[in-house]
Design a protein around this ligand. Structure first.
Ligand SMILES: *Cc1c(COP(=O)(O)O)cnc(C)c1O
Length: 406
């Protein structure tokens, strides 16, 4: 270490984690939370930190690493594409971009009339959805749900239904109403002035809370009746995570648009808005764009990820393993576990006491990564590639963590 390095680095306490955490605290914007660990490498559903400690990863970068870490398909796609063409700007098209748009149209059910806009994140997919809503006949009202999470950029934050996240940044986008997630509230809110209703089929950040029975069906009826768009935020629920390609498919409805990101890239940043039917005609030339959006590197990788999900039938695996996980968690008969919510491999364990943080901390200590989405909810979102071995290890560690926390 040179002397300059030594003086620039803050005082540290010796272990690799403490050193890196101190540097993180000094260098990163204060908006970042204190890291739970400093991770160095991964393989499948395992990651290792800078001290060589191994963890079983049942969060997968918050539902992003659908194929797990360092999957050969992702490594191969990134390497091949980076060795050829990474970025070209929107003045040009590339084969992977066109192929991914076609693939998303097919997998989402948007079909021949569907169209795709590419951005680089979930929030950008939602920003595109907001613009789509604004183009719907000059209407200015957008309805979203209380407790919803749609992102943290100023537009997407306007739709996010969490006061604590919004208040420091107000005034946000005008014309956004947050309603309770009930059919009565829907019936009161959706009228001829509504441009769009934006919903997550399962509220992920809120602790994996599915919408109530009949809610999306009624939402579809009311939006159709009043000429409002039904935009489904599939950023967390998409790419096979819930045991169907997209979460909306569990409800037998057809949306006007879906926002996707997270799992479709398998760890490479990408987001997209997919429109269905007539909503595909709202954007005109010049209405939107992004420098990085739809670049060959991200789209080639997402193509490879989605192809592998199809080839290995990992959407079915998500459904089967999700059922298996639900059974083993309930089978633990822990007095701390009240219920298991969610679908496929997006599961929320509802607790009988506000102990989620304690359970997650104990789990981490034991080498299991899970997420305390709020005081009473543990969120599980493992890679879609998990099998019996990962479930057996999870069950053992989760049982110990519940025990230690109660
Ligand atoms: C993560 C998430 C977002 C925001 O995505 P970013 O890539 O973090 O911008 C939006 N909606 C839902 C449902 C999400 O889970």
């Amino acid at each position: 270490m040179t002397q300059t390095d030594a003086t620039e680095k803050p005082q540290t306490t010796g272990t690799a984690t403490a050193d890196w955490t101190a540097r993180h605290r000094a260098a990163m914007m204060r908006s970042a939370p204190t890291p739970l660990a400093v991770l160095e490498s991964g393989h499948g559903a395992e990651v290792w930190d800078v001290e060589g400690k191994r963890y079983l990863d049942f969060l997968a970068g918050i539902a992003v690493n659908s194929l797990g870490h360092a999957h050969p398909v992702v490594v191969g796609a990134v390497s091949r594409q980076a060795a050829s063409l990474s970025h070209i700007s929107n003045y040009f098209a590339s084969m992977p971009q066109i192929e991914l748009a076609e693939r998303l149209k097919r997998l989402s059910g948007a079909g021949d009339e569907g169209r795709v806009y590419f951005g680089n994140s979930g929030a950008e997919a939602i920003e595109a959805a907001i613009k789509l809503a604004r183009l719907n006949g000059g209407r200015r009202r957008i309805v979203a749900l209380e407790g919803a999470f749609h992102g943290r950029t100023m537009g997407s934050l306007s739709l996010t239904g969490k006061a604590a996240l919004r208040e420091p940044f107000e005034p946000l986008l005008p014309g956004v109403d947050h309603i309770p997630t009930t059919i009565e509230a829907l019936e009161a809110a959706i009228g001829p002035d509504v441009a769009a209703l934006v919903v997550e089929p399962i509220k992920g950040e809120a602790g994996v809370v599915p919408v109530p029975d009949g809610f999306l069906e009624r939402a579809r009826e009311l939006t159709t009746e009043h000429g409002a768009l039904l935009i489904v935020d599939e950023i967390q629920t998409g790419a096979g995570r819930t045991g169907r390609w997209f979460g909306y498919e569990h409800y037998g409805i057809v949306p006007d648009a879906i926002a996707v990101a997270k799992g479709i890239g398998g760890g490479i940043p990408i987001g997209a808005l997919v429109t269905f039917g007539e909503a595909s005609d709202l954007f005109e030339f010049g209405h939107h764009g992004s420098t990085f959006g739809g670049n060959p590197l991200a789209t080639a990788t997402a193509n490879a990820v989605l192809e592998e999900l199809e080839r290995a039938d990992l959407v079915t695996n998500a459904r089967v393993r999700g059922e298996q996980l639900r059974e083993v968690i309930l089978g633990l008969r822990s007095p701390l576990v009240a219920e298991v919510r969610g679908l496929g491999l997006l599961l929320g364990v509802g607790l009988t006491a506000p102990a989620a943080q304690r359970v997650a901390t104990e789990a981490l200590r034991l080498g299991l990564i899970i997420n305390a989405a709020n005081d009473t909810s543990i969120r599980l979102a493992p890679p879609l590639v998990i099998g019996d071995a990962e479930i057996a290890e999870f069950t053992d560690l989760f049982a110990q963590a519940l025990e230690a926390a109660s």
